[in-house]
Ligand binder design. Structure first.
Ligand SMILES: NC(=O)c1ccc[n+]([C@@H]2O[C@H](COP(=O)([O-])OP(=O)(O)OC[C@H]3O[C@@H](n4cnc5c(N)ncnc54)[C@H](OP(=O)(O)O)[C@@H]3O)[C@@H](O)[C@H]2O)c1
Length: 281
């Protein structure tokens, strides 16, 4: 990965943090993004001191704000003239309904829409790379997902797991549609399930019941190092372009849900997303 420029969202914790460490060890120039500057600065310093790689950068952005997504893409553009690997990793699980200031259910915006905007705003910098990859960290939770076009926020009768599953299905559909739309430009895209990983995702922002269930499961979960393995595989393995658009589990192409392979649905989601964020593209 020497000389490759990689941008990782959700870089201050969990799978994203581990991904940044390994990319840095492999010699990549890594741009960490996170909403918590203090925590991310600590991670950045630790990566530099432990790997000896000085080319580690930080841009802060809260993905629940489109203004921040814009600032992130503009700051990246001001500092780099090329992007080789974009890793859309940041994610959140919420058991109770929350809405962003931009008017979207928070999981829908952070897990999917913000990454849709970020990717589209950085596409021109990906296109000038001869290695361009977009990696979307989805989840096997997408298997239970449906896209509720009538109510994408899902406010009526909100169920946190259903909203999470919808956002993760959107990650897979976006991957497939991006792959088709960018086929001629050399930009590849991949989605993945990282495993069930011992991170804080089930403890933050959740009611005590969900947090308790997550904590009970922790002894059976894999480590963040193992959880980052498929992302690292997709970022660093040569000659993967023939697999663009696919879903990966354990560093292998893996069947995704029937709905996720519906090309009409993928195209409709792209168009509906474009319309809902058109002021930010
Ligand atoms: N852990 C699992 O078992 C599992 C399974 C399947 C898929 N995944 C997916 O893996 C990805 C990483 O999750 P993880 O398990 O590593 O969880 P994590 O440790 O909680 O990391 C999630 C990252 O996303 C960031 N994030 C959340 N909301 C954000 C916002 N509004 N703006 C910017 N950053 C934000 C978090 O920042 P803060 O620290 O500031 O919250 C954190 O850096 C997610 O997409 C998740 O859906 C995880």
């Amino acid at each position: 990965m020497e000389g490759k420029v990689c941008l990782v969202t959700g870089a201050n914790a969990g799978i994203g943090k581990e991904t940044c460490f390994v990319l840095a060890e492999k010699g990549a120039e890594v741009v960490l993004t996170a909403r918590n500057r203090q925590q991310a600065e600590q991670v950045r310093s630790k990566i530099i001191s432990q790997t000896g790689n000085p080319n580690i950068h930080l841009i802060t952005a809260d993905l629940s704000s489109f203004q921040d997504v814009l600032k992130l893409s503009e700051e990246f553009r001001a500092r780099f003239d090329r992007l080789d690997v974009l890793i859309n990793n940041a994610g959140i699980f919420l058991s109770e309904y929350q809405e962003t200031n931009d008017g979207f259910e928070t999981q829908w915006m952070v897990n999917y829409l913000a990454h849709y905007v970020l990717t589209r705003r950085l596409l021109d910098l990906l296109k000038v790379s001869n290695y361009a990859r977009v990696i979307n960290v989805s989840s096997n939770a997408h298997l239970k997902g449906r896209i509720n076009f009538e109510d994408l926020n899902g406010k009526t009768g909100y169920r946190g797991l259903q909203a999470y599953a919808q956002s993760k299905l959107a990650n897979v559909l976006f991957t497939k549609e991006l792959s088709i739309r960018q086929m001629a430009t050399g930009v590849s895209s991949y989605a993945l399930h990282p495993g069930v990983v011992n991170t804080g995702i089930g403890n933050k922002n959740n009611n005590s019941w969900m947090s308790w269930i997550w904590s009970l499961g922790k002894p059976f979960m894999i480590s963040p190092t193992k959880g980052a393995a498929t992302t690292i595989y997709l970022a660093s393995t040569a000659n993967l372009a023939g697999h663009s658009g696919l879903y990966f589990v354990n560093s292998q192409p893996h069947p995704s849900s029937d709905l996720s392979t519906d090309s009409t649905l993928a195209s409709r989601l792209w168009d509906v997303s474009e319309e809902s964020v058109k002021d930010y593209l």
